[in-house]
Ligand binder design. Sequence first.
Ligand SMILES: *Cc1c(COP(=O)(O)O)cnc(C)c1O
Length: 354
Amino acid sequence: MKKHNFSAGPCILPQEVMRKASEAVLELDGIGLSLIEISHRSKEFVAIMEKARSLALELLGLEGKGYQAIFLQGGASMQFLMTAYNLLEKKAGYVNTGTWSQKAIKEARLFGEVVEVASSQEQNFNHIPKGYTIPSDLDYLHLTSNNTIFGTQIKKFPKTDVSLVCDMSSDIFSRQLDFSKFDMIYAGAQKNMGPAGTTLVVVKEEILGRVSRKIPSMLDYAVHISKDSMFNTPPVFPVYVSMLTMQWLKGLGGIAAIEEINEKKANLLYSEIDLNPVFSGFAAKEDRSNMNATFNITDDTLKDIFDEKCKEAGISGINGHRSVGGYRASMYNALSLESVGVLVDIMSEMEKKG
Ligand SMILES: *Cc1c(COP(=O)(O)O)cnc(C)c1O
């Protein structure tokens, strides 16, 4: 039986995507060869890469606006250093909203001055800092739109003339935003798009080529763009599956359609957390993530019963990250409202026990 998969990442993908992906491993579209045994220069794979790149821009509403989408390797963690390598000449600003922001800050410091313009570290990252001042002389301001570990999400992005760079690994394609506010967006595939092994990078071309340092080819966005995201052998399987997921999303009606479902799922779970005295939410209400809901059980003696009930119902992956404890239910695009309903039913049964 397929479990209700609340894993934070790698995570659930649409069943239909996984079925098509597994078929393509045996034989791609009736060509008598597997997806993973053909040249990345074959016309079949070139078409897949082009489709993936154009779908990413189409879904984000960035077609014809001077942006390029490329699929790189090294995870979102590689982007922590690549962004700074390519964009940081003198000074960059970072908003510190959790573990991933901190890792990005650490890498950027290797390349120039980094100012932490705001931080929620003192409250163990349970909220998104607001109302901070953004120095006007920054090369860019780096944000993390959704904090996968702490369960917070930026709802309102700062208004500024400074170039915005955003790590959207765990909420890419989950909600409507004016994506043209960002000069660069990156997202590791394994949270909401595909299997681990590729990272989507969307960049406004005009911001490249401004730093004076020499950049090794593999770390140079301009090089990857000039080679149509095929400077070296791309991760063919993760790119293909990401393409399938984007097709699936487009078929559903795009980001607008999935956002509506994502809001229903989040509302269902958060209203249970708020009404049920057995559970308490971790993140500040106004900053709650629609992707990763973090919560605790208020009565520790009920923990074993709750865990056992979840296990019996086939609920998987809700243990909290070690830096927060408690529980974390990740509700990425492919998770159904029904799966959230199963979890919520168990939570409400716990209240009767308590
Ligand atoms: C998971 C995650 C990362 C790290 O991704 P890797 O692909 O493992 O390097 C970075 N940022 C955010 C927001 C994440 O959720």
